[in-house]
Design a protein around this ligand. Structure first.
Ligand code: FE2
Ligand code: FE2
Length: 233
């Protein structure tokens, strides 16, 4: 078992106080989401603790370190270098902190951009990084924090959507993986909505009261959260 205390001490010595505070906050938020969605608490904590471990370096140094360690970077990543600390972070988590669990490494590696077919820990970390209680500059945080504990997939979709909208509005380049992650979420969301539409057609043939109740909850929770959100890496 990896010693959480020793990881914390190393991170505290290497990160700025604000980054360390964010790191601790993300790790506890990951654990809270893991409790809600039935995921391993220790793995969630480790992913949260180590997700920004490469943030001790600036973007230029991060790229240099990726080159040195043979970490392949896409043209798209080089156009939005702020996302690259995720890849280097996964590398450092494995090599310097002894993490071998592929789910933890995957979650760290995609925490800035998301990716298609995200696993549960990927989603938990991506969302926790946005809603953690020390963050106060992202718009719509109150709604997003509630949504994260109601429908994780919907929260992920809304954060990705808001991120792309913000990047477009502000003239920043969006890494292609963020667009792919968003499209995958959109497809999943459509797949979830289609059975609901079918249920509506068959209303009255089955137990109408129970059916209406569940549809109403889903529709309302989505309607109330279609807002643009800004994501900070
Ligand atoms: Fe972070
Ligand atoms: Fe990050």
């Amino acid at each position: 078992m990896i010693e959480i205390d020793s990881i914390r001490k190393k991170l505290e010595a290497r990160l700025t106080p604000a980054r360390y505070e964010h790191t601790i906050s993300v790790s506890f938020t990951c654990m809270a989401l893991a409790m809600r969605y039935g995921y391993d608490l220790e793995k969630a904590e480790l992913a949260g603790l180590l997700h920004d471990c490469a943030k001790r370096y600036d973007d230029h140094k991060i790229i240099k370190k990726c080159e040195k360690h043979g970490i392949a970077l896409t043209d798209s990543e080089l156009r939005s270098p702020a996302v690259i600390h995720a890849k280097l972070g996964a590398f450092l988590a494995e090599r310097k902190f002894g993490v071998s669990d592929p789910e933890i490494l995957s979650a760290i590696a995609c925490h800035t951009t998301g990716k298609p077919q995200m696993g549960l820990l990927d989603k938990i970390l991506y969302v926790a990084d946005y809603i953690e209680p020390r963050r106060d500059k992202a718009p719509g945080l109150t709604d997003m924090r509630r949504l994260a504990f109601e429908e994780l997939d919907e929260a992920l979709y809304q954060i990705l959507k808001g991120t792309l909208a913000y990047l477009e509005r502000s003239g920043h380049f969006a890494d292609e993986m963020t667009q792919k992650a968003f499209e995958a979420c959109e497809e999943l969301r459509r797949g979830k909505e289609e059975p609901l539409a079918e249920n509506e057609d068959t209303k009255g043939k089955e137990d109408a009261s129970a059916d209406d109740g569940s549809k109403g909850i889903n529709k309302n929770s989505r309607k109330g959260h279609r807002r643009k959100k800004r994501r900070k890496h």
